[in-house]
Ligand binder design. Structure first.
Ligand code: ARG
Length: 471
């Protein structure tokens, strides 16, 4: 008998069908988790008296040997054995003999594969929280070095109001903080045990699902056996979380690319993170952020791909669901690649403080502040807006900035102006005037950094605890 399920068949599987339906080429990634699940399952079969202790010991010893071989990359998986579950079962039977055939008692590949995926993904989620933590650390480091660096803030990519560069960087710390929260929250739904659902309806054997759950450090077991084998929400959710992370990274990438251009020249990425041109000797290209921006597309693709696989799919298991894996593996690889480069790239980035200052001095981003000055003098904001609009127009015609105007020139537009406006217009003053919770004033940004560092400590503790729990 060559196939584990060969009994009902009289003809060999068509070679092309065998290749088409196999998943071993990619699900071998789940090999260690598959053994981990099997060890817990067979331990439970022994505890429940479903298998004699002797058989359980033989199977467990065999599984440990298989695990060592997996770690040494010493098993030749075969397409003929279709997927990782049957490849491992075959390898076990080759090792321990026919007693290995008792391992699959009270179990189906349907609850087995789901268990493997839960075990695999929960580790990745903890690793991603750790990687996001390191990126936040790098951003906070740069923010601390740039607490006095003033840069134009933009809306519509037009200069709007000056801000601290630290404040801009801390916006990304907040964004990645939400990503961390999302991943942490998703852990609850990943850390649920499907095993024991059988093919779809449960099993006739007196198994103990809660014991298996505790062996594998799952917090809960699936309530419904059909749901247990049909549910891929936890992967969809992960892909959605990953898509949002990539979206955030792509926004930061876009800014780094803009800031690295000669036109902005706000930052310089370290040589180690850039490449040159094969024809233009002067070029230093920001390839890493460009590729991260580009690779965002494939992660969105993986999300939409899986949502589409699952759409309208009847309960319970369908072979369509084998399509859940490649996208998940691809997204994990893509996200790992991006995050592992981003933290050191941010940490080593040079910030061109003078150039930023120059940009701030040569714009009208302090216009709101003199409008606010007139409001302070009792003028309704709408009228103040109109007055400053005319003043700015005058400046543009005269090729001047607001700070270049004499008091007489200001007074042409409103008699309310006095010489205190020159202080009001200074970039430091403009920045520090926004002294509200969450604003760009230096003390507020310092507070924000303090709060972020506190959150970092909590994240680090979470990672330590959950790395242990997901082993
Ligand atoms: N390779 C399959 C998958 O990844 C495992 C489950 C197969 N179950 C089945 N009834 N054919 O989905």
């Amino acid at each position: 008998m060559s196939k584990l399920w060969g009994g009902r068949f009289t003809k060999k599987t068509d070679q092309l069908v065998e290749e088409y339906t196999a998943s071993i080429m990619f699900d071998k990634e789940l090999a260690e988790e598959d053994v981990q699940g099997s060890l817990a399952h067979v331990t439970m079969l022994g505890k429940q008296g479903i298998l004699p202790a002797d058989d359980v010991d033989k199977i467990k010893d065999g599984l440990h040997r298989v695990l060592q071989r997996i770690k040494r990359d010493d098993i030749e998986f075969s397409i003929g054995d279709e997927d990782i579950h049957m490849n491992i079962e075959k390898t076990l039977i080759d090792d321990v003999g026919s007693v290995g055939g008792k391992l699959h008692t009270g179990r189906s590949r349907n609850d087995q594969v789901a268990t493997d995926m839960h075990l695999w993904l929960r580790k990745r989620v903890v690793e991603f929280v750790d990687m996001l933590y390191k990126l936040q650390l790098a951003l906070i480091g740069q923010a601390k070095d740039n607490l006095d660096t003033i840069v134009p803030g933009y809306t519509h990519l037009q200069r709007a109001q000056p801000i601290l560069f630290a404040h801009h960087l801390m916006a990304y710390v907040s964004m990645f903080g939400r990503d961390i929260e999302r991943l942490q929250d998703s852990y609850k739904r990943i850390n649920v045990l499907p095993l024991g659902a059988g093919a779809l309806a449960g099993t006739t054997f007196p198994i103990d699902r809660h014991f298996v759950a505790s062996q594998l450090k799952f917090d809960r077991v699936y309530e419904n056996s059909l749901d247990a084998v049909s549910d891929r929400d936890f992967i969809v959710e992960f892909l959605a979380d990953a898509s949002i992370i990539m979206m955030h990274l792509s926004r930061l990438s876009e800014e780094l690319i803009l800031w690295s251009s000669t036109e902005f020249h706000f930052v310089e990425l370290d040589d180690a993170f850039c490449t040159g041109s094969s024809i233009m000797p002067q070029k230093k290209n920001p390839d890493v952020p460009e590729l991260v921006r580009g690779k965002t597309g494939r992660v969105y693709g993986d999300l939409v791909g899986l949502l589409t696989v699952l759409k309208s799919l009847p309960l319970a298991y369908n072979k369509d669901m084998q399509e859940d894996k490649e996208g998940m593996f691809d997204t994990v690889k893509t996200l790992q690649g991006a995050l592992q480069l981003f933290a050191p790239m941010i940490a080593t980035m040079k910030v061109n403080k003078e150039r930023m200052r120059q940009a701030v001095n040569q714009d009208f981003s302090n216009a709101t502040d003199i409008a606010d000055f007139l409001v302070g003098k009792g003028l309704p904001f709408r009228q103040a807006h109109e007055v400053i609009g005319k003043t700015v127009l005058y400046c543009i015609e005269q090729n001047k900035y607001l700070l270049d105007l004499t008091l007489e020139e200001f007074k042409q537009f409103s008699s309310l102006f006095d010489d205190r406006i020159y202080a009001v217009l200074q970039p430091e003053q403009v920045v520090n005037a926004r002294n509200v919770y969450g604003g760009t004033a230096k003390p507020q940004v310092q507070d924000a950094i303090g709060r972020a560092e506190l959150a970092l400590e909590n994240t680090a503790a979470w990672v330590t605890e959950y790395l242990e729990r997901s082993r």
